[in-house]
Design a protein around this ligand. Sequence first.
Ligand code: CP
Length: 326
Amino acid sequence: MTNPMKRGGALRHIVDSKDLSVAETEALLRLADDIIARPGDYAGACAGSGGEARKKLATLFYEPSTRTRLSFEAAMLDLGGGVLGFSSADSSSAVKGESVADTVRVVSGYADVIAMRHPKEGAPVVAAKHALVPVINAGDGGHNHPTQTLTDLMTIRRELGTLEGLTVGLCGDLKFGRTVHSLVSAMVRYPGVRFVLISPRELRAPDYVLNMIRESPGCDYVECLNMDEAMARLDVLYMTRVQKERFFNEADYVRLKDSFILDTPKLRGAKPEMIVMHPLPRVNEISARVDENPHARYFQQAAYGKFVRMALILTLLNLGKGGAVL
Ligand code: CP
């Protein structure tokens, strides 16, 4: 089988969720399913054999993370590879003024693939231009978070059986929430997806996100200010945190942070099969009581993240079962 990630032998980087075609996304999700079903078949895929060094992942995180960084590292360790990196700009030579371009050029000599998170939108584009190994955007500012989107698509597909014809409620900070922007850009490629955009007026989705939906035949959206009026229509309710770190003004954050709080009474009107997702971390926007509710899937969603990142690493490195080429 040819590697779906190689185009004409060129190095592939994943900066935006649209960098993966629908067919490539489907192949990754199927590979992630297979890794869950047969983990032993993949345990040595990055371990190196026949005198070849084991593969290494560098995690360059200029911004805090729990799930993304640790699931990337767990993914590489479960594949038999090694990990190195930094978890804050303060512990790297960025504090001395080193550029992203120089950093990734240097790290390309130490690692086979780079996962990078950066507060500035567009930093992964710069990294991809200068790296000599594949770069994966692990979240850039308010722009994109493609591996969270793969995690989200995997969750929806496994829990609901399809990515088509769904009504997806996106609730909370739709202005700064990169996971929302990234998920919309991926899901508008599936027929019949309807978005219900639930946010305070100040945190509406940006025009470029609305335009992506308008320009996608078969998809549409409505905007609303109230979670209750949307609940009965939804197949997915995707809650998000108000992004404190992107606000210029603390008073605005404090005023808006508790705009939407999901609790169990609010779920009474939901379809029985509706799933509640959240990229996490959560603050107040989902009551802890919802965790045990049958609609809740956000911890399962976080768990899927490791498997889809294993699939992405294998595919970008052109490795399959036991080190075989895919
Ligand atoms: N969902 C997500 O990106 O979580 P972290 O910020 O903990 O990586």
